[in-house]
Design a protein around this ligand. Structure first.
Ligand code: ZN
Length: 312
């Protein structure tokens, strides 16, 4: 990549769509976010996204789509399949059988890659963030859902047909207490998604707290908040212990909106993890916060991914 070239990283989420324009060193030249308009058909959605991005490119760089200065667009979306270029079924977006990669290439007139958002965030952390120091780590995003991205031997691991690396759907228990967004029961996501945490808060306290409030009360050492934090940290650590014995990561990197609970929360998770995990891994796996801004990981990763793909 030449030093006057740029790439888009875009995260199409069930709630918001985030757009970043990056230079070759990962400097963010432009960032914007808006609600995802789910009333549009996928074709219309990508067309609108294209209009917006061409405007950004023209304003920031002074060139239109089709210019060689734009090396590509890396896009994260729920259930996006890197290999097939398709989004077969994304309930959060109301999309079925969408040829997302082809739509992007036609609209942006450049290279495109698509991935699920947690995979992209892992790629971003590996290239420009907290993952630079590691060859094996697992990125865990805690947000509307729970996603995981596996970097193994320095590379993103997708599994057969890009269907692997979905650690949010590890089964945590068999109590049949909590439905997961996928239709399964008692998955990690049932407990660690924003909704899952809110349910736990209500079970413990009989009150509706936001996650921000939980974070504040936890830092103030409110015993009510501590009881909730210890419970959710235990649930997360249970999921991480399972992943750790399978993959032997050097670190877990925690991102997503819920990671605003911060380093203090990571410490509690690490304590629980070291209690639960197989003896061979005790005190050997780091638990860190993502270093790219917590809600922009997939946007950074989109740009990192397209740069790596195009300039391999
Ligand atoms: Zn699930």
């Amino acid at each position: 990549m030449k030093n006057d070239q740029v790439a888009f990283g875009i995260d199409i989420g069930g709630t918001n769509t985030k757009i970043g324009l990056f230079d070759y060193e990962g400097n963010l030249l432009h960032y914007s976010t808006h609600r995802t308009n789910k009333d549009l058909s996928p074709d219309q959605f990508i067309q609108e996204l294209g209009f917006e991005c061409e405007e950004i490119l023209s304003t920031k760089i002074g060139v239109p789509f089709g210019s060689s200065r734009l090396v590509g667009v890396g896009v994260g979306a729920p259930m996006a399949n890197f290999f097939s270029g398709m989004v077969d079924h994304a309930p959060n977006l109301g999309w079925k059988n969408v040829p997302l990669k082809k739509l992007l290439i036609d609209t942006f007139k450049t290279n495109a890659v698509i991935e699920n958002d947690a995979n992209l965030a892992a790629v971003g952390e590996k290239k420009w963030g907290a993952g630079r120091a590691f060859t094996d780590f697992i990125l865990v995003t805690l947000g509307t859902g729970v996603g995981t991205g596996l970097i193994l031997d320095g590379k993103l691991y997708r599994g057969h047909n890009a269907l692997g690396g979905e650690g949010g759907h590890i089964i945590l228990s068999h109590t049949k207490k909590r439905l997961c967004s996928c239709g399964g029961v008692d998955h990690l996501e049932s407990y660690l998604s924003a909704q899952g945490i809110k349910e736990t808060i209500f079970e413990f306290l009989g009150e509706h707290w936001t996650i921000e409030k939980l974070g504040q009360e936890f830092l103030a050492q409110n015993p009510k908040a501590l009881s909730v934090i210890h419970c959710i940290a235990h649930e997360l650590a249970t999921g991480l212990s399972t992943m750790a014995v399978l993959f032997g990561p050097e670190a877990f990197i925690i991102g997503g909106g819920v990671s605003k609970l911060g380093e203090q929360f990571n410490k509690v998770v690490e304590e629980k993890f070291n209690e639960l995990v197989h003896f061979s891994l005790k005190n050997k796996v780091k638990i860190l916060s993502a270093s790219l801004s917590r809600d922009k990981g997939a946007v950074y990763g989109g740009a990192a991914h397209i740069i790596d793909e195009v300039f391999r």
